[in-house]
Design a protein around this ligand. Structure first.
Ligand code: FAD
Ligand code: SF4
Length: 592
């Protein structure tokens, strides 16, 4: 064991949650150390371009294809998840279908950037609908922090589009950048379903295609300067190439934006003052040490590795922040024998289905970002006492993962129809430009049996036990899947889209059954709930500031703190929570 340095705050993990807290701490002129398990990826413009090239060269364009894992900091991988193997030990009965990235920047390196707020009613579904759990804070308390998070991450949207289901915004506020224009296919779909209403159990609801907030650069509103990306902005530089360009619709946000129009947490870290902030990459925290008298955390043990092996280190601080991701936070607590009965439990995701079809005329698939719009009306309503809420992303990238398009479309034209030359080109142009895909993301409730544990018999190359996942999709969510499927069918019917959805053809997806229906689902990367916040240690791991009930100088941050997750992608909410936590943490340190 070597060195034992001291920092005001020690942060575990350089994803968005850790980066926002570390930056806030260093802005307050307190010292922060960030220990990051993975390597430093893309810390220069050229370095970033290497990852773009890696993605271009990859045969399978999945979430990990730009960001190869380091074996010392292993991570789940979409290809492994398909086979039920890999980093996660899948205990079943259903397969957990999501992945994350362990490198500086964390999972925002490969995220899509959808930055929806949770709805006011999402914070109290137990009281309102008799299901799930209530949060210890409400929307109004989090609203100012949503605004701060939208500025910190650079979110593009217009408030005028986002006032639905009771969402409110601070007086005079609008997003830092204007909304991205709807893609051509979104506009066509919007026109085609105008006037459509559906009923999923609580009366007729009009359905519309609506632009959603995205952490991708668009036209800045007056006074907003898009934040830097991966390099320090050159002093006095005339060309701000490192600011990240405006989204140009390259359609590869997941896993990498070639022009850096999309936010990743590396930007936040790059902006921080390195007089106060130090980051150590390739440093895997393996144990949280507790002072037996005070019950406070007394230090962290971490392993620094390189190609020749690893060394063991210890660090101490005034406060400790676990920002290692919902699964890794729980794993670290369990490895250290901490957290009591609730740690690791209530793991959630948004299990998602696809619906795909062929529009009657070309709608410009593959033009624009992967998606710019969604269908948000079924995120709320009295039906939530009976079944899960859901929302749709409208895809602009053809059928993609559903069937393997465009490769499979080409293969079918050649092998099954025997086409080649001009007829092949005509056939592909006609088919690919008409492909429509909806992604149906369904709410999941907390269930203590859905759980992360550790398996000491299965260890990673540093000797750290791997996470084991027990997971089941319950009837509430399956009934939501059935309702979502009906709505997708109604949309296709109204738009004259030939429904080609065939869950049996997506054979690599795990399936669940509901009555006589079979649903092939995938994960959205929306892990939540492993160290949920609540009203006391009897029902939760942390308080509303994400502060451990048991060890008051320890914070567990990220989507693991979310008691429920509604239907919104979690990152904006976890970022808002992180900013709120940082404020409280800094204030408490200033008070001494
Ligand atoms: C394909 C995909 C698309 C997504 N798209 C969206 C989207 O559009 N909108 C949205 O809201 N969300 C999206 N998400 C989810 C989003 O990426 C995550 O919610 C978010 O990045 C989590 O941030 P975090 O900081 O909590 O964790 P992470 O970003 O995972 O960061 C955790 C960091 O901790 C480090 N770490 C882990 N263990 C240790 C350890 N023991 N010691 C030291 N460091 C450690 C990791 O290396 C990592 O850098 C998507 C996810 C996926 C997989
Ligand atoms: S659509 Fe393209 S340019 Fe826009 S954020 Fe995504 S990858 Fe970047």
């Amino acid at each position: 064991m070597s060195d034992e340095e001291w920092y005001d705050v020690v942060v575990v993990g350089a994803g968005v949650a850790g980066a926002l807290i570390a930056k806030a701490v260093s802005d307050a002129k307190l010292t922060a150390l960030v220990l990051e398990a993975g390597p430093e990826r893309a810390t220069s413009f050229d370095g970033y371009q290497r990852h773009v090239r890696h993605f271009y060269a990859a045969a399978a364009k999945n979430a990990e294809s730009a960001w190869p894992p380091d074996p010392h900091a292993p991570q789940p991988d979409t290809a492994d998840i398909r086979q039920g193997s890999g980093y996660f030990i899948q205990r079943g009965p259903d397969r957990y279908g999501s992945s994350y990235t362990r490198a500086r920047g964390g999972s925002t390196l490969h995220w899509l950037g959808v930055s929806l707020r949770m709805l006011p009613e999402d914070f109290g579904i137990r009281t309102r609908y008799g299901v799930g759990r209530d949060w210890p804070i409400g929307y109004d308390e989090l609203e100012p922090y949503y605004r701060k998070a939208e500025v910190a991450m650079g979110v593009s949207a217009d408030v005028a589009d986002q006032r639905y289901h009771g969402l409110t915004f601070g007086e005079g506020y609008d997003y830092p950048m204007r909304r991205l224009p709807l893609s051509y296919s979104d506009t066509k779909l919007a026109e085609a379903i105008a006037g459509l209403t559906v009923d999923v159990g609580a009366g007729p609801v009009p359905v519309t295609v609506r632009s959603y907030p995205a952490a991708r650069n668009s036209t800045p509103r007056p006074g907003y300067r898009p934040i830097g990306t991966i390099d320090k902005r050159p002093e006095g530089g005339e060309v701000e190439m490192f600011v990240g360009e405006r989204c140009a619709g390259n359609t590869s946000c997941t896993p990498i934006c070639p022009i850096q129009a999309k936010y990743n947490a590396g930007r936040t870290l790059t902006q921080a003052d390195d007089t106060y902030l130090r980051l150590i990459p390739q440093a895997v925290v393996s144990h949280i040490d507790i002072d037996s008298e005070s019950g406070q955390v007394s230090g962290l043990t971490y392993l620094r590795y390189d190609d020749s092996g690893f060394t063991i280190h210890r660090v101490r601080g005034g406060a400790y922040v676990l920002a290692a991701h919902a699964v890794e936070n729980a794993k670290l607590m369990l490895l250290s024998g901490l957290g009591g009965q609730h740690v690791g439990r209530n793991l959630m995701d948004h299990p998602a289905l696809y619906a795909w079809g062929l529009a009657p005329e070309p709608i410009g698939a593959f033009r624009g970002p992967l998606s710019t719009a969604g269908i948000e009306e079924l995120r709320a309503g009295a039906f939530r006492s009976q079944h899960a809420a859901f929302r749709f992303d409208v895809g602009n990238d053809g059928w993609r993962a559903t069937t393997g398009a465009p490769d499979t479309t080409v293969a079918a034209a050649i092998r099954q129809q025997g086409l080649y030359g001009p007829r092949l080109r005509e056939s592909l142009a006609a088919a690919l430009s008409r492909q429509v895909r909806l992604s149906l993301a369904v709410e999941q409730l907390p269930d203590p049996a859905n759980q992360v544990t550790i398996d000491p018999s299965q260890r990673d190359p540093l000797g750290i036990p791997r996470p084991a996942i027990s997971y089941q999709i319950d009837d509430y969510t399956k009934a939501g899947m059935a309702a979502a499927t009906q709505v997708a069918q109604a949309i296709f019917q109204r738009a004259g889209i030939a429904d080609c959805t065939d869950h049996a053809s997506g054979t690599w997806f795990p399936t669940v059954t509901w009555g006589d229906q079979v649903f092939a689902y995938h994960g959205m990367g929306h892990f939540a709930g492993t160290h949920a916040m609540g009203s006391g240690p009897h029902d939760s791991v942390v308080d509303s500031y994400q502060r451990s009930w048991e060890h008051r100088n320890l914070y567990l941050v990220g989507s693991g703190s979310m008691p429920t997750m509604g239907t919104s992608n979690p990152t904006l909410t976890l970022a808002a929570l992180a900013i709120r936590t940082a404020e409280q943490l800094i204030a408490s340190m200033s008070r001494g």
